[in-house]
Ligand binder design. Sequence first.
Ligand SMILES: [Zn+2]
Length: 169
Amino acid sequence: MKIYRYCPLCKAELTTRQAGGRERPACACGYVQWGNPVPAAGVCVLDEGKVLWVRRAENPKKGLWSLPSGFQEWEEDIRDCARREMREETGLTVKLDGLLGVYSAFDDPRNNALLVVFLATETGGELVAGDDASEARWFPLEAPPEEIAWESHRQALADLAALVAGRRQ
Ligand SMILES: [Zn+2]
């Protein structure tokens, strides 16, 4: 986590104080740097045994693959975030079917994150990579991209594989 040296509210130099059980950067004006993970939504569309992945157009992890996903905006419901990221990165609209899983992510240099991954069904649109995705492509569930950008997405994929295996029994 990046530690502020100066108060983002009043520009004074930060000191530290006890808050919420640990020492944190703090200011006489009342500001405390809490440092919470950032919520993000991801979407897992499984269609005829294939999963939709996108290739990252930007760093970090440029060129590696991820589920369509992104950080939640302040005023946005996490479900709207999932649908928006899907539309921006793949051109597709989806119906969310439920939760695949919730994952803590510690391998993104920008932020620690809380990733909420939804199962979804395509409802329309045309497959076109966009925003921070350079490519959008269906991969067989059993043969995912070799280079997956994030550990949390590998965990989601493992959970999906277990879910599908359970349905087949
Ligand atoms: Zn201050």
